[in-house]
Design a protein around this ligand. Structure first.
Ligand code: SF4
Length: 324
């Protein structure tokens, strides 16, 4: 079997690396592929309905296409559609490895889950701890990149998004990722500060490829990418369990708002918030609690397929930026 282990959302990558395996975030290889739309069409030909989230359809066919035969399925803390998709992959011969984030955010339960996960992959939590220590300098550099985005205004929102979202699997190789990140930071630090309206992006990462550049053309830029920053785990924790307890994404929108979103909106002096929702995603209802909790202008933006912003969305973004 190949060395690659696929996953549908951020999982404890330290355990995968500790087992000597190569982590592959299926979201990243799908959306960065030459023609992501092709994977959606293919999955519909395999019987996936039109009204299922496009990420799920893309993940299914990219896994098949790339021959990734070992995939981690997140039972709790991610997405019910992903669980069903994993079941189909399993029936087609893929080895599905279970992992769950306890909904109660309970330390003992998470400890148990991490141990089981390590056993499934043929490693130990001690080994994963070693990897956590080795990854710390990389995560510190990602923190620095984030600071260069919101505080020093030298890194664009699109660059911030790409580096942070890629940290879920370190593009399969943390050493190369570290080297390329160091080079990027040296170049970015020598830049002049930019002036834009300060925006926040909250919600699942966008399936669109021109959102950030379009915002720049309207005089705005994202200085807080909520979920992507969480993937990078910029926390000061002393062990793996605390790190994955601090990681807010699996533990519900109320926790995300209290623990991360609201303090970061204040710290970064945000002027307007874009809440991105994916068509046919159950997380769309989170918009209700987001709007109740945040006292700033919010634009809820929905998209379905990969590609460019449609005209209606462009007009809504223009009106939002004008209003700000
Ligand atoms: S966007 Fe929503 S439905 Fe789609 S994969 Fe992510 S959590 Fe699941």
């Amino acid at each position: 079997m190949s060395n690659q282990v696929g996953f549908t959302s951020t999982v404890p990558v330290e355990v995968i690396l500790g087992a000597g395996l190569e982590p592959v975030d299926l979201n990243n290889i799908f959306i960065n592929s030459e023609n992501p739309g092709k994977y959606i069409e293919l999955s519909e030909m395999h019987g996936f309905p039109r009204n299922i989230c496009a990420w799920i359809k893309g993940l299914y066919t990219i896994a098949e296409d790339k021959g990734i035969k070992r995939i981690i399925c997140i039972g709790e803390g991610d997405c019910a559609s992903a669980v069903s998709m994993c079941e189909i992959l399993s029936s087609r011969g893929t080895n599905i490895i279970p992992f769950s984030y306890p909904t109660t955010r309970n330390k003992d339960k998470l400890n148990r889950e991490l141990n089981l996960f390590a056993q499934e992959l043929g490693t130990t939590l001690e080994m994963a701890e070693e990897i956590r220590k080795r990854l710390k300098p990389v995560r510190d550099k990602l923190k620095q990149l984030d600071k260069l985005t919101w505080k020093e205004r030298k890194v664009r929102g699109a660059e911030n998004h790409l580096w942070l979202v890629s940290s879920s699997d370190f593009n399969g190789n943390p050493n190369t990722f570290n080297k390329e990140l160091s080079e990027f930071l040296s170049e970015a630090e020598s830049r002049k500060s930019m002036k834009f309206k300060r925006l926040a992006y909250i919600g699942v990462p966008p399936i669109l490829n021109d959102l950030y550049t379009f915002l720049n053309s309207l005089g705005g830029d994202v200085v807080y990418n909520e979920t992507q920053r969480q993937f990078a785990m910029p926390f000061s924790t002393d062990n793996l369990i605390d790190q994955y307890l601090e990681y807010s994404y699996p533990y519900g929108i109320t926790y995300r708002l209290e623990r991360d979103i609201i303090p970061e909106l204040k710290r970064r002096d945000i002027e307007g918030v874009i809440h991105y929702v994916q068509s046919f995603c159950h997380r769309q209802v989170e918009d209700i609690l987001i709007r109740e909790a945040i006292d700033l202008p919010i634009l809820t933006l929905e998209a379905d397929k990969p590609g460019k912003l449609d005209n209606r969305t462009r007009i809504r973004l223009e009106a939002f930026m004008e209003m700000l």
